[in-house]
Unconditional design. Structure first.
Length: 245
């Protein structure tokens, strides 16, 4: 008797099954369609390539269900981005922020292990599901293998005068953690050229009022970490210490 093996479509597994019959299985997609115009085909191709590389091996990445002619079918992040969430929910519990930071670093650690550098890490591209768990997304300008990035970081998240690398990703993570902990970007009241000048001179916002991850933020800004995994170890250690206290 010949064995029948189900080949699941990208992004789907048995948890998504809504029903099954003699001839087929029905699965439910909680999805959105991301459209690209004719002049944006390179961004479409890049993001498709990245999602195909990342697969479904990490829960902290927006799920990818496939593509149509000029669009991607992606998981619907019901709570939108962290930045959008802050606009409607001014007070976010510290325990939730701590979870976001740990989940974000683990997601970035994973994409780096697959040869992907995000290129635009910020709270604008870190999404949330119903449970307020992190889903990293928006890879339309990311670097993969030897392909250069198609976009750049926000000025408040950019390491001045550096090409994309693990160092620039870590710098952007430092600014993202700052935004998670404070609810606003670094130097939010300064114009971009003044932010750029401050970072160029290694002048950073005061962290005294931040209740967690001050050391991690500063080490990311000062490029004291060699890898995201190294930073994640510090984060896990601080989280463990907070739990003991």
């Amino acid at each position: 008797m010949q064995e029948s093996v189900i080949q699941w479509p990208l992004g789907l597994d048995i948890k998504d099954v809504a029903g099954a019959g003699v001839t087929a299985i029905v699965a439910r997609l909680d999805a959105v369609v991301k459209f690209f115009g004719p002049s944006e085909s390179r961004f479409f191709e890049r993001e498709k390539l990245v999602y195909q590389r990342l697969g479904r091996d990490h829960g902290g990445i927006i799920r990818y269900y496939g593509f149509l002619e000029n669009s991607l079918i992606l998981q619907f992040a019901s709570q939108k981005s962290i930045r959008q969430y802050f606009t409607k929910q001014k007070q976010v519990p510290l325990s939730v922020k701590i979870r976001w930071v740990e989940q974000l670093f683990d997601a970035v650690r994973f994409i780096h292990s697959r040869g992907v550098l995000h290129g635009d890490i910020s709270c604008n591209n870190v999404f949330l599901n119903d449970n307020l768990d992190v889903k990293l997304g928006d890879f339309a300008g990311s670097s993969i293998d030897d392909l250069p990035p198609l976009i750049c970081y926000e000025t408040t998240h950019e390491l001045p005068d550096e090409d994309i690398s693990t160092r620039t990703e870590l710098f952007a993570l430092g600014s993202t953690v700052y935004e998670i902990m404070t609810g606003s970007k670094p130097y939010r009241d300064l114009p971009d050229h003044e932010v750029y000048a401050a970072f160029s001179e290694c002048c950073y916002p005061d962290l005294e009022s931040i209740s967690a991850f001050r050391n991690t933020i500063m080490k990311c800004w000062r490029q004291d970490y060699a890898t995201v995994e190294e930073a994640l170890r510090d984060i896990k250690l601080e989280v463990a210490t907070m739990k003991e206290l």
